[in-house]
Design a protein around this ligand. Sequence first.
Ligand code: HEM
Length: 180
Amino acid sequence: MKGIVFTEFLEMVESKFGLETVDNIIEQTNLSSEGVYTSVGTYDFNEMVSLITGLSDEVNIPVDDLIYTFGLYLFTGLANAHPEVIKSYNSPLGLLYSIEDHIHVHVKKLYPDAELPTFKILDKTDTSISMIYSSSRGLYRLAHGLIEKAFEHFNGSADITYELIKEDGTEVKFNITQNG
Ligand code: HEM
């Protein structure tokens, strides 16, 4: 998993729960990187799982809710780090439609060892989109938060529902309808 995901995660923990919580989860988790990340580095995905599990124990919030909250936070971090990737979009649905064929393709050029999910579009109208998230990492709640923030980024909002096609969350169908 790319370092930018770790640096954004620790920033979120600091801003929402304080520096002491950052220190506690790094101390309590046995991390081979010792909690030191650079945005271009690549680290074991299991370290992220340990950090999120540690945070969940520390703040008594379920892991899935924390992953979703992190998705909301991460969208802004990615957009600020790579404004060129999203500047060609003028609507959230247009952006979502292009994750697979443009956004993550560009990400793969920036970070050749990035491990990205796939999004298969099932249907798109002027006001809605449905698509299937697939990834062995099962981070569909992260996708949920990223999608929701994409609407906020364009000063909009949406109704977002999802159904697990596979119980472990490695394949999940999203139905997204724009409000207003
Ligand atoms: C990883 C979804 C937009 C860059 C991921 C992951 C998800 C995701 C769920 C976690 C990996 C996995 O599930 O296997 C989305 C969605 C987006 C979006 C739903 C739009 C709403 C972007 C944008 C950028 C970006 C705009 C960059 C400018 C990345 C990077 C990773 C990532 C760097 C980490 C890859 C790694 O750790 O190896 N994305 N993404 N994404 N995405 Fe996206």
